[in-house]
Design a protein around this ligand. Sequence first.
Ligand code: SF4
Length: 413
Amino acid sequence: MAQLDTRSKLAILADAAKYDASCASSGTAKRNSVGGKGVGSTEGSGICHSYAPDGRCISLLKILLTNSCIFDCHYCINRKSSNVRRARFTVDEVVRLTLSFYKRNYIEGLFLSSGIIGSSDYTMEAMVRVAKTLRLDHDFRGYIHLKTIPDAAPELLDQAAMYADRLSINVELPTVEGLGKLAPDKDAGRIRLAMGGLKTGIAENKEARRKFRSAPKFAPAGQSTQMIVGADAADDSAVVASASSLYGKFGLRRVYYSAFSPIPDASAVLPLVQPPLMREHRLYQADWLMRFYGFNVGEVQDATDAGMLPLDIDPKTAWALKHRASFPVDVNKAPREMLLRVPGLGVKSVNAILRARRQRRLELADIGRLTRGIEKLRPFLIAADWRPVALAERADLRPRLVKAERSQLELFG
Ligand code: SF4
C-alpha cells in the first residue's frame, strides 16, 4: 500500500464509510465537560445531527479504520475483489482526528467501522484501542459508536461495550438465504449469537447498575443493526418480519434500513438499479408503526400489496384503507390505541388530544391545530361538529389521500 498522508486517508476512508446508515446517536447516557473536566459532551447542544443530501447522518466523524478486507461481500465496495484504492488509519491517527475535529466543532462524536485486516480479532482489537484511548487517555466524553467486526471474540465485544456508547452488528440482509448468497463469508448464526451475547451483557449491566451506581457502563445506548434493502429478492413483508424478530429477540434500539446503492465495479449477482429511496422511507414508517403505534408485524404486512408497501401512500393509511370498517373513530371517545391508528395522527397529537378532551368536546378545527394537516384525517374521524361519509362508500378515497400526502410532502419538503 503506498504511503498516504492523513488527509488522503481521510478522503478515502470517510467516503468508504458513507454506505453505512446506522449512525444516529440518540439514546445514550448524559456526559459533559462542564467544569473543565474532560473533552466533549453527548447532551444539549453537544449532539446535533445534520444530514447529507442523500439523507445520511454526518454529524459524527464517520470513518473506516481501513477499507481493506479479507471478506468478499458482493454488495460492498470494500470487498476483497473490489478494485478500489485502499487506505488504513493507525489507532493514533483516528484518535487525533476525532479530538481535533471535535475541538473545531465539526463533529459531536465518532462512528467507526472497518474492513477486516489480518483477522476479525486483530481488527476489533484495534477498534477497541481507539475507543479506550479516547476515553482513558483523553477523557473524551463525546459519543462513540463502534461497528463490531463479524466473528470477533466475545471478550473483545465486551471490552468495546465498556468504552463505546453504542455497538452495532449488521445482519446485512433480511434473510439467511440472502446473506448466504451475497455475503458468503458471513454466518447468520454467529451474527445472531453475537447479538444475543450483547443483549445479555446490556441486561446484566443494567441490573448491576441498579444495585451499584458505580458499576461501569456497558454500551449505554444499546445495540443496533442495519439491513440492506433491494440487493436481494426479499420483499417488504420479509424485511419487517426480520426487523420485528430482531427487536423481539435482541432488544435492539434501532434497525436501520439502507436502500442498496449500486457500487462502482459491482458484482454481477447484484441488481443493476437501486430501489427507490421511498422504499427505505416506507420501511422506516412501518418500523415506527411496530415500535410506537401498537401495530404487530402481521398488521404491517397486511398493509402491503403482494408483499410490498405501497410507495404512494404511507403504511398506516394503507392499513386503514384495508380496514375501513374500523373507521371513523370518535376523537372525543376513542381509546388511545385506536386514535394511534388514524392516518395522520402522530403520537404527540394523540397525547395532546387526550389531554384536551378532558376539558371539552373537540371540534374538527381543534384537531387541525394539533396536527400537520386535517385533509388526510377528515375521512377517518368523528368530531363534535363533523361526521364523514361512510368510508366504504368512498370509491375515490385512495387518490384523494395520495394527493393529500403529496401536498403535505411539498409543504415540508
Ligand atoms: S466484511 Fe464488511 S467490509 Fe468486508 S466485504 Fe463484508 S461488508 Fe465489506
